[in-house]
Design a protein around this ligand. Structure first.
Ligand SMILES: CC(C)(COP(=O)(O)OP(=O)(O)OC[C@H]1O[C@@H](n2cnc3c(N)ncnc32)[C@H](O)[C@@H]1OP(=O)(O)O)[C@@H](O)C(=O)NCCC(=O)NCCS
Length: 339
């Protein structure tokens, strides 16, 4: 029988055990990026700052840490369970930590749980493409994790795919689109570009059902977290008549190597065009600008942002660049209502 230990903060003695679970779970996995553990420090930091409360547990069997998960309390009707990791074969412990998190969310008053979800960047369970590398700010999970979640009452609610574009397959596109200026991030005027990014993201992604739009402080923290990884040449702004109409946020895969000169993978975190400006070639113009920059800088591949399987527009755009589906992810959910 596993013993559950609650990990109250990064100063708790059990915090090291919580971290150890991920390192042990991926010990034989050369494609796992230990850098992804930054999400643990981020989530505990957000909780300590009083922004997004968290309760985390580690399960021990004979004193050895074998599974972990955290219940996270965002604004809105759906609670999150994130930071899940589990050693091979430890399903009972996996279910025990997921149950503890579900109970915590129910006690907080949430009617449903979404998982895995630790923060706006750390979302989704990998369910396919296991031979592809883990890229910056994405998770990597062994195939067994889906069964652990299902054993704890979770179901797949949404499937997502990540297209991969490679330099050898990108066709040539005409440079430029009449009336639209595509430019890289202006680091000298970061505040202005960050404000425009927030406004556009809220416009495009804020109004989805069950989602609470990020406040400007949330966007600022997100950008501060991304900033050490940013190459301004890969962050694009599209303007029409001085108005920002599109954004494309791509990062060098800084989890591939600590030496920037050796990085040849990139990852698109997000691409968005204002709703009233779509199907006019702006997405294509930004993507073509990015492709030219990536090739010129020596990148050989770029993983697209994950998109819901039914989100045709970005997938069609990826097709135009020779994109092929690489990794697959799922968002799981369960009701927390008492039977
Ligand atoms: C994805 C997105 C950025 C595309 O921008 P866009 O400016 O409308 O794209 P373009 O006009 O350049 O279209 C390029 C090509 O993509 C395809 N495409 C674009 N929208 C499409 C749609 N709704 N259905 C099918 N294909 C579509 C087409 O092949 C199109 O070429 P065509 O118009 O000649 O047929 C835009 O739809 C968007 O902001 N969506 C919401 C945000 C989002 O889901 N982002 C992805 C996850 S981060």
């Amino acid at each position: 029988m596993p013993t559950l230990v609650e990990v109250a903060s990064r100063a708790s003695p059990a915090f090291a055990a919580l971290k150890a679970v991920a390192h042990e779970a991926h010990a034989d996995d050369p494609l796992w990026a230990p850098e992804s553990e930054e999400a643990v420090d981020w989530a505990f930091g957000e909780s300590a700052a009083g922004r997004t409360p968290l309760r985390a547990w580690v399960a021990l069997v004979s004193g050895v840490p074998v599974a972990r998960a955290a219940a996270i309390a965002p604004d809105g009707p759906v609670g999150w369970i994130g930071l899940f990791e589990c050693l091979p074969g430890a399903r009972e412990a996996a279910v025990a930590v997921l149950e503890a998190c579900s109970e915590a969310l129910a006690t907080w008053g949430y009617a449903a749980a979404e998982a895995p979800h630790a923060d706006p960047l750390t979302v989704g369970l990998q369910v396919g493409g296991f031979d592809a590398p883990q890229t910056v700010f994405t998770p990597r999970h062994p195939p067994a994790y889906l069964g652990h979640f299902e054993a704890a009452g979770f179901e797949v609610r949404q499937r997502m795919v990540a297209p991969v574009m490679t330099a050898d397959r990108v066709p040539a596109f005409p440079a430029g689109l009449a009336g639209v200026r595509v430019r890289p991030l202006d680091v000298g005027r970061l505040e202005r570009d960050a404000a425009a990014f927030h406004e556009l993201q809220t416009d495009v992604f804020g109004g989805r059902p069950g989602r609470v739009a990020r406040d400007p402080g949330g966007t600022r923290r997100l950008l501060e977290r991304l900033l050490p990884h940013v190459d301004p040449d890969l962050v694009l702004v599209a303007e029409r008549g001085g108005r920002v109409v599109g954004n494309l946020l791509c990062l060098p895969d800084t989890w591939q190597s600590h030496d920037r000169a050796r990085i040849d993978r990139a990852r698109i975190v997000s691409i968005a065009v204002r709703a009233d400006q779509r199907r006019r070639g702006i997405g294509l113009a930004m993507a073509a600008y990015l492709a030219r920059t990536l090739v010129a800088k020596g990148y050989t591949s770029c993983e697209g942002a994950w998109v819901r399987e039914e989100n045709r527009a970005p997938l069609a755009l990826a097709d135009r660049f020779g994109g092929r589906v690489g990794r697959r992810f799922a968002l799981l959910g369960r009701s927390l209502g008492r039977a």
